[in-house]
Ligand binder design. Sequence first.
Ligand code: BTN
Length: 249
Amino acid sequence: MIGVAPRVGAIIHSRDTVGSTQTALAEFAGAGAPEGTAVIARHQTAGRGRRGRQWWDEPGESLLVSVLLRPRVKTAHVPQLSLVAGLAVAEALERTAGVSPRIRWPNDVLVGGRKISGVLAEASSGADGGVTHVLLGIGINLAQREFPAEIEGRATSLRVLTGRSPDPGRILAALLESMDRRYQRWLVEGFPTLRQEWRDRASTLGERVRMPDGGEGVAVDVAEDGALLVEAGAGVVRRVVSLLAAAEG
Ligand code: BTN
């Protein structure tokens, strides 16, 4: 992970409506667009979330952005980028809107316990197992006053939190600046130097979580490679790379 990459957001393609900014950016990536290229849109008709979920937006009420990264790393390192992006979102929202975001592992950004932003990292790799590019998609709820029934009670927006409609351009600029700074650092130093910052922002640590095999435990730390460390009972600490959910109780 050595080298300095072009600035994140150096080229921004702005669209009104797309299926997904991830798909739009994939076309630029396939055509050889440079690292740092971004696509933003006012509305997505097929916004994608993690685990095959949809990402809902009302036209003009969200920040919808995908950034093209071309890190020379193994695919196994890519999930760290979504932790890095979660930190960038949290800092950008704190600086521009004065809210106090927390991060639910791996990368949901919450304010007051409700989700305000999500990150989706989609990687393509070559025959040698190395990454050819990563599409880093970030959605931030800006101006919504209400949400669909499925997410009502679990989602929030800057408008709900501050009573004001935020300036999307200002938030985008802060996000790209924050992401760029952390990405350059990650390329050189990896996740370990961002680890303490992540811990300081974590909402997950100390919470009960459910692991992919159905087992439960208490999240106790994040590892040097970004995996979640879960105390699963009898002093056994397990490394977890994805979670089913926060457990009840
Ligand atoms: C999640 O929390 O499940 C991740 C949500 C990621 C949503 C963003 S919006 C911009 C980009 N385009 C997409 O289709 N998804 C990501």
